[in-house]
Design a protein around this ligand. Structure first.
Ligand code: HEM
Length: 304
């Protein structure tokens, strides 16, 4: 039962256990359309008090969900830059050397000492930490609501369910961090890291590169598209009506979200593997530098 409450409380479904007013209707809805109490006209004062900072007295779940939501906006901007540079431009030019200037052109927007923490590092920490904090908060709520006092009581109460989107998120973490490590953290000199470095890795060890990039792109796109569907209230779980109609609606949404994911991942892989992946080896001292870098990657480095 407690598991059910957790799942549904964020999505604004029908069944909720009694809870303090601050946590119930407002915290359940992000898109505003599924709130218990319809939005009143602007002339009506809000029913809850304001703090001295002008913030409403929402519960922690409300703030944590928003931190998780708004942090994902910056990744989406970064992802738009990244798919353009690593797939769309290579697909248009059909050449790795001709695509290099574009990636170098946009790099200052997300790699400068100021931009990188704002666009990537801080939002990523906020995104994951808010998810974990939300989980712990919901766990505590479940324990309190069920009056769990002893360790035995606590054991009997299930932890909040980890959604499919969250599972994809946790799978994405090592893949994205591994990618950031090999392209951003490991190289001592960022100026030689470009699309040719990726082409070189594909030429040196096709199996590792194809598997790694296909997994990274697929998981990242699935997590992001399902994540956006959740923020917009478009997932199958957001369908509240039952019966055959509701079932059909849920199925349609499931197919639509996965089809959009397949289209975006397919586009990314077409340019990333189809053009950059086939760009070939780099010779000379730069090629030797790439070899050295690839060999120094922990675990997979031995295969290069
Ligand atoms: C590109 C835009 C992104 C969107 C729209 C997005 C959306 C979401 C959503 C909606 C959740 C909550 C899932 C739920 O509670 O059911 C979530 C959780 C998560 N996301 Fe993302 N995400 C994005 C990018 C990323 C990236 C780049 C990473 C990691 C590299 C990531 C890692 C995670 C993790 C680990 C969780 C689980 C946290 C938890 O709830 O316990 N996300 N994301």
């Amino acid at each position: 039962m407690s598991e059910k409450v957790d799942d549904e409380s964020l999505l604004g479904m029908e069944e909720l256990e009694p809870s303090p007013i601050e946590d119930t209707p407002i915290s359940t809805s992000l898109d505003g359309s599924k709130e218990y109490f319809p939005q009143s006209s602007s002339s009506t004062p809000p029913s809850h008090h304001q703090t001295t900072l002008g913030l409403g007295n929402h519960g922690p779940a409300w703030y944590l969900t928003r931190v998780q939501k708004y942090s994902s906006y910056t990744f989406t901007i970064f992802a738009a830059f990244h798919i353009t540079n690593t797939s769309i431009i290579p697909l248009i030019t059909q050449s790795v050397p001709a695509s290099e200037p574009y990636i170098l052109l946009t790099r200052p927007y997300y790699q400068s000492p100021l931009a990188e923490p704002i666009i990537v590092i801080i939002p990523l920490i906020a995104h994951v930490a808010s998810g974990i904090a939300l989980r712990l908060y919901r766990r505590k709520q479940n324990l309190d609501r069920n009056g769990a006092e002893t360790l035995r009581d606590r054991r009997l109460i299930a932890w909040p369910k980890v959604s499919g989107i969250s599972k994809l998120g946790y799978l994405l973490l090592p893949l994205a961090l591994g990618h950031a490590y090999t392209t951003r953290i490991l190289p001592p000199d960022q100026s030689s890291i470009n699309l040719s470095y990726i082409s070189h890795a594909f030429a040196k060890h096709a199996a590792v590169a194809y598997t790694g990039f296909s997994a990274l792109v697929s998981v990242a796109v699935l997590h992001s598209v399902w994540g956006w569907a959740k923020w917009l209230g478009w997932t199958p779980e957001h369908v509240t009506h039952g019966g055959v109609d509701g079932q059909r609606s849920r199925k349609r949404r499931w197919y639509a979200i996965n089809s959009i994911s397949a289209l975006i991942a397919g586009l990314w892989l077409a340019g990333g593997l189809g053009v950059v992946g086939r760009g070939g080896e780099t010779g000379g001292w730069i090629g030797r530098e790439y070899d050295e870098l690839l060999r120094s990657i922990p675990i997979v480095g031995d295969w290069f």
